[in-house]
Write a protein that binds this ligand. Sequence first.
Ligand code: WQD
Length: 333
Amino acid sequence: MTVLVTGGAGYIGSHTVVELQSAGYEVVVADDLSNAKADVIDRIETITGKRPVFYKIDCADKAALRGVFENHPIDAVIHFAGFKAVGESVQKPLQYYRNNLDSTMTLMEVMEEFDCKKFVFSSSATVYGPNNPYPYKEEMPAIQSSSPYGWTKVMIERILTDYVTAHPDCCAILLRYFNPIGSHESGLLGDDPNGIPNNLMPYIGRVAAGKLEKLTIFGDDYPTPDGTCQRDYLHVVDLAVGHLKALEYAREHEGVEAVNLGTGNGVSVMELVHAFEKANNITLSYVVGPRRDGDLPAFWADASKAQILLGWKATHSVEDMCRSAWDFARNSK
Ligand code: WQD
């Protein structure tokens, strides 16, 4: 079976490609490398012994996408490609709507031309918005977000849902990620954003590696046990395996399913900082600064549907996540 992975050179995408290849799938990667490096493909080959087919293309380029489908019998698509920086999306909403929606709808049109009916979508817990109680459950309203980035996820979930309603022999799985961190055990793949990281763990890794002076903890006056925000951190390899399980489900089913991929546990910023220090025997330099706009005090997943529907459960500990994150960060250039 051949799977097209858009954004497959990215953080989550590359880890997913490794799991797909290890499970015997033929993998084709389409990535414009706007937030990934070409050598990730070499690293995937080093890990699995098999080089995925790679196309450096923009998924909004219909002719280029058609070329991929003409050259390969694509049976299913896992769609990661898209802009994903929350803060940047507030500054550049039009670019986010154009890129994320255009690439998705172009991809769906080409899939329809080639009769490809299986779609696994990289969605986000951000679709639950600020008003749902946590732990978040899939049947809660997922109709609001706090940033244009998050709104693109809400809109794409809607587009996929309406499309599958009109084409009931198709299947779309909407995977709602919580906070993926950590790296593949080889230390060859990891969260390596261009520029200054927005997210907590890659920032911690660069402080630990001496590339950034200190971490600023965005607020310790939240209504949480230690005053810092709580999130549901999960190991990126667990997340990647979740995509494999979703693909296996999609192969045998029709319709649309939203599925949370999280651990079901909330961990605070301070807890994660201390866990990283303990797991790696490192003292991190940090200060407490003002809150970051848009941050919610706490949320985590109700992860029961993933276990029931997909037979998936997160298995890695916070210590595993911290140790693997450091194994990657300290080897990064
Ligand atoms: C986690 C906590 C920060 C950096 C975002 C997106 C979500 C998904 C994952 C794309 C928060 C605190 C962070 C720092 C800090 N992205 N923090 N200092 O905001 O939960 O989720 O990334 O799919 O859609 O919303 O993750 O890692 O940015 O922040 O104190 O330098 O760490 O305030 O409490 P977040 P994050």
